[in-house]
Design a protein around this ligand. Sequence first.
Ligand code: SF4
Length: 377
Amino acid sequence: MAGLYYHIPYCKQACHYCDFHFSTQLKSKRSVILAMQQELKLRAAELKSPLRSIYFGGGTPSLLTPEEIAVLIDQGQRLGRATSEIEITLEVNPDDVSPERLKDWKNAGINRLSLGIQSFSARDLKFMNRAHDVEQAHQALVWIARQFENFSVDLIYGVPQEQGDSWANNLAIISEFKPPHLSCYALTRERGTAMDKFIQRGVMPEIDEDQAQREYQTLIHWAQELGYVNYEFSNFALPGYESVNNSAYWSGLPYLGIGPSAHSYDGQTRSWNVANNALYLKSIAQEKLPITREELTFVDRYNEYVMTRLRTAKGINLDEVARIFDQKTRDNLLKMADKPIQQGLLIIKEGHLVVGAEGKFLTDGIASALFLVNLGS
Ligand code: SF4
């Protein structure tokens, strides 16, 4: 089982908080899509079959033409000997959605959409410099709900408020639509972004961790009441609608990332492409892969295992730790988990180490307390 990820490195405008790789100059789009087809050909042997999911992320994949999408799907399916129930997701922005485009995307082979709404507050959207407005967000959601059975909505919490409570309002609006899947992320200050600079200059307020934590707790309770399963820290699904792509990632399954800045993982090695469209094009034109590879050590693999599994509702399977690593590592993990267990942050449930309700928002911090330190030996 494996996943294929296409990184589409273009956006209409830069969101203030974003540190993903993208360009707002669309001139090279056609050449990059052709180069991505070439890269996939060169790396076909790395595509573990059968392929269970194809994910178009970015950037803004809804800037591609339906023909460009269809070609990439077709090539991935062929080379990955895709299963018939393959999940094929396209990330879309509300301002690119129309009933005609939805039909075209479906005809191209897309069977799941991920809609980047982020907020229904005009002030929040302006604060984040999103390209769409509230009306477009509503309209896109109405159209998608009519034409797609399987779709997800992205929301961002922790956006500084001057007055009012846009998060409660966002959840109230989402309740009316009840999308099958939701991904909710905390607004974070990433180094070098426009938001980082605005905060430094004092023209934007600092992000308030306490507000983010309160809003996350509200989200957890709201989601539970509506019947969503919080199967991973940021991901919520109605039963049967967990994303194949996301679940594979959090279960440590291999995936191949194609396109500028795309990351790949094969169980032993992590690799990433150059995050520069011109260098990517140049390298592929010379039939050279623009890749940096990193062989994962025992400690890397263990730490990554702990981080990814702890974010899931299932948690860390202690027997699996002994099987994949060794008994000593399992015993050591339990020793390190003792303090967070005493604090009520972690619990042991049916042989799994799981984050308790109290520790939920602190998941990443709890995971790092369970990491092994690489002493270079
Ligand atoms: S649309 Fe997405 S990828 Fe593009 S700048 Fe905004 S957050 Fe980043």
